[in-house]
Design a protein around this ligand. Structure first.
Ligand code: ADP
Ligand code: MG
Length: 349
């Protein structure tokens, strides 16, 4: 099929905060503001950014666990908002999710075998023999011994539980798995094993990943392309190689400079950049990063910078590092983040 596997167009999510129906000015949390990107088949796109920047909200919007305020999500060319309940169920087969905390997302009363075959059983009845064969096959795929089938989640280690979460996501043969902080709760050595497992599965099965993490070290390991989010917006989207070798947005630069060296004895910080993350209820004017930005100029507090393509193919939203020049800024709005990875040449989409 032509076109990207997943295409996200101008997603906006505002959460109203309190305020009754008589209060027209009730406050809103601007969790996601005008986010566009696409994911190709077999690709890993990472979304990275500090806690609260809207990463999980993007994941929830894609899974249609929350409805967007504006924007569209196209999975294999089909707008997921157009799907009725039945079709949505089918659509969800193609897009599965793995969560941060495998313990709270796995039913503690079911055995590992029941947990991983449950999604398939929602679609078809299986004989016990078939169910056990499926469970054994899925366990093997994620590097777990077949005996694990009869154990409860509480009898498994963190890494084993996360493998189980991955096995369950794989059970319906998805085209894409959304992994939201899927390794963030694990020890560094276990993280590496899970990341390697995901990369092996990608090679074997051609699955795409939308891999969400606040941890740049993890992203560098697994991502083909990386989108950096700040306060609800993508500020830079580039191939992982280009991003880490030469960050262009001052926020990306600060994140990379502050990223802790992978060292299990070191606590990971979730807010590595100087200053506080502003509230998404009242984001700063213009570029939301300007109060923390060492390069900020007057213009930065006045106008929201557009995502502009720069010569190496990435897109950057920064008045100083990627200044818009008349026509370019208009084109930029249309171009994007959608062109195919990693060095998009076509500006028509
Ligand atoms: P991240 O995953 O990057 O840490 P989230 O997407 O969870 O960020 O949250 C983005 C912002 O939206 C945060 O300020 C968060 O408090 C807010 N938020 C998330 N869910 C809700 C909700 N259901 N109601 C109100 N605010 C929310
Ligand atoms: Mg989150």
């Amino acid at each position: 099929m032509k076109g990207p596997l997943l295409k996200v167009e101008n997603l906006v999510k505002h959460y109203p905060l309190g305020g009754g129906i008589f209060n027209n000015n009730s406050l809103v949390v601007r969790a996601v503001q005008d986010v566009s990107f696409s994911v190709e088949r077999g690709e890993t796109l990472c979304i990275v950014g500090e806690s609260g920047c809207g990463k999980s909200t993007v994941a929830r919007l894609l899974m249609r666990l929350v409805e967007p305020t504006e924007g569209r999500v196209l999975l294999e060319g089909i707008d997921i908002a157009s799907l009725n309940k039945h079709a949505l169920r089918d659509g969800r087969r193609r897009m599965q999710m793995v969560f941060q905390d495998p313990y709270s997302s796995l039913n503690p009363r079911l055995t590992a075998g029941q947990i991983i075959t449950e999604p398939v059983e929602n679609f078809e009845r299986m004989t016990r023999k078939k169910r056990e064969a499926l469970a054994a096959d899925l366990l093997k795929k994620v590097g777990l011994a077949p005996e694990i089938m009869h154990r409860l989640p509480s009898e498994l280690s963190g890494g084993q539980r996360q493998r189980l979460g991955i096995a369950r996501a794989l059970s319906l043969n998805p085209a894409i798995i959304i992994a939201d902080e899927a390794v963030s709760a694990l020890d560094v050595s276990v993280q590496a094993q899970i990341l390697n497992l995901l990369m092996d599965l990608q090679e074997e099965l051609g699955i795409a990943f939308l891999f969400i993490s606040h941890d740049l070290g993890v992203v560098e390991h697994i991502g083909h392309r990386v989108a950096v989010m700040y306060l609800g917006r993508i500020v830079e989207l580039a191939s992982a190689e280009a991003l880490f070798a030469n960050p262009v947005h001052p926020y990306t630069e600060a994140l990379i400079a502050a990223a802790p060296v992978p060292d299990p004895t070191q606590a990971r910080v979730e807010a590595p950049v100087e200053g506080e993350v502003p509230s998404p209820v009242k984001p700063p004017s213009g570029c939301a990063f300007h109060p923390r930005c060492p390069l900020a100029e007057e213009r930065c507090s006045l106008e929201v910078p557009a995502l502009i393509p720069i010569p190496d193919g990435r897109v950057v939203a920064c008045h100083v590092r990627a200044p818009a020049t008349g026509v370019d800024s208009q084109v930029a709005q249309a171009v994007d983040t959608h062109a195919s990875a990693p060095y998009p040449k076509n500006v028509t989409d």
